[in-house]
Design a protein around this ligand. Structure first.
Ligand SMILES: [Fe+2]
Ligand SMILES: [Fe+2]
Length: 365
């Protein structure tokens, strides 16, 4: 089997069918379109624009909401990629989830942001022209199209979209609470989509751990869809985030935590994260990730567990309890055991690696 091959047993496919069936039972949509008729007259978004956070211009604010509207409107372009992967890899569960749960929900995500822009004074015709332009563009999918690459892509993309809508809700909350509640309702759907894609990704890894390479490949090439569909706004997102109160450290923490959960152990997560770093050409301290990988591989891979734990330490997540228990082990009389001393030494090495890790590429996608 080559590294990039995608394969799942029939039993695994049945398990994924079961997951999708269960998800379908709670399928819903963010906002009923009928609810939005004429709502823009009551949204007060102009009041928000009159009192924006320091450093944020009206043009920035409009860009922030337009980015949400324009990336949400291209549901069919994204769905086409998921249908293609489901068909080519015989993953009927993924096709079914996309068609019955994901698409109907996503269809309701554009209108709330369009209503906010109408409330800000934009003409319907102008907004619809911009939407049409995006729909006519070719969506460039930056990652692979095997089912696990698609669910990993979905997981990261939904998480970042969830975060974006949350930032918009925060901007709107004080002066336009109704608009904020609409953004929050869309955000909550994205949270569910993130959880569901994560569950589908984890299930595939449990059934075939070799697929972790494909998760790493997705982490390495991930790009938000707006990069190809609305670059004039997407490429400014990082510049706007500080004004919107974004917590990039928290984002890195959630993404790293998700990758750990999927990998199933610090050693496998360490190996996967280092693979992402190699593919992205990143450094760990002064050393290239590629060189770090060569050294760890020469040691027989023992360093991956340590690296995985260092990443946890780096993002402020607890290290596995069994590691902590080893470090705390004491003999009768309170003297640390030899094993505990070794574990503490290992902990010092882990901390020194953690200080050299820069995880910002994981939250800046
Ligand atoms: Fe959405
Ligand atoms: Fe979504």
């Amino acid at each position: 089997m080559t590294q990039r091959a995608y394969w799942l047993s029939e039993d695994a496919a049945k398990r994924l069918d079961g997951i999708v069936e269960r998800i379908e039972a709670s399928a819903s949509v963010a906002v009923d379109p009928a609810e939005l008729e004429g709502v823009h007259e009551r949204l007060n978004v102009r009041d928000v624009m009159a009192d924006l956070p320091e450093g944020m211009s009206e043009e920035d604010f409009v860009g922030v909401v337009k980015l949400a509207m324009l990336t949400e409107c291209a549901t069919d372009s994204y769905a086409a990629v998921f249908y293609e992967g489901a068909r080519d890899y015989n993953a009927s569960w993924l096709g079914r989830f996309t068609e019955r749960t994901w698409v109907p929900d996503e269809y309701t995500h554009t209108a709330p942001f369009r209503s906010m822009l109408l409330s800000a004074g934009f003409e319907e015709a102008e907004l619809d022209r911009e939407i049409k332009q995006v729909l006519e563009k070719t969506y460039v999918h930056a990652c692979g199209k095997t089912p696990i690459e698609l669910t990993t892509f979905g997981m990261i993309q939904e998480f970042l979209t969830d975060h974006w809508h949350g930032l918009i809700a925060k901007l709107l909350k004080e002066h336009a609470p109704h608009a904020a509640s609409l953004a929050t309702r869309v955000k909550r759907r994205e949270t569910l989509h993130y959880i569901w894609y994560k569950e589908m990704t984890s299930a595939q890894i449990e059934e075939n751990p070799d697929l972790l390479h494909l998760v790493a490949a997705t982490g390495a090439t991930f790009n938000m869809p707006g990069v190809s569909l609305a670059p004039e706004y997407q490429l400014r997102a990082l510049e706007w985030m500080p004004f919107m109160g974004a917590d990039l450290d928290r984002n890195a923490r959630v993404i790293v935590r998700s990758l750990f959960d999927i990998a199933g152990s610090p050693a496998r997560a360490g190996e996967m994260l280092l693979e992402i770093a190699v593919l992205r050409g990143l450094n760990i301290g002064k050393m290239s990730a590629e060189r770090a990988k060569a050294i760890i591989d020469r040691l027989g891979g023992r360093g991956y567990g340590l690296l995985g734990e260092a990443v946890l330490e780096c993002v402020g997540l607890p290290i596995p309890p069994e590691v902590q228990a080893r470090a705390d082990a004491r003999l009768a009389g309170g003297v640390p055991t030899v094993g505990a001393l070794q574990e503490r030494l290992r902990g010092m090495v882990r901390s020194s690696i953690a200080r050299r890790i820069d995880l910002s590429p994981f939250s800046n996608a």
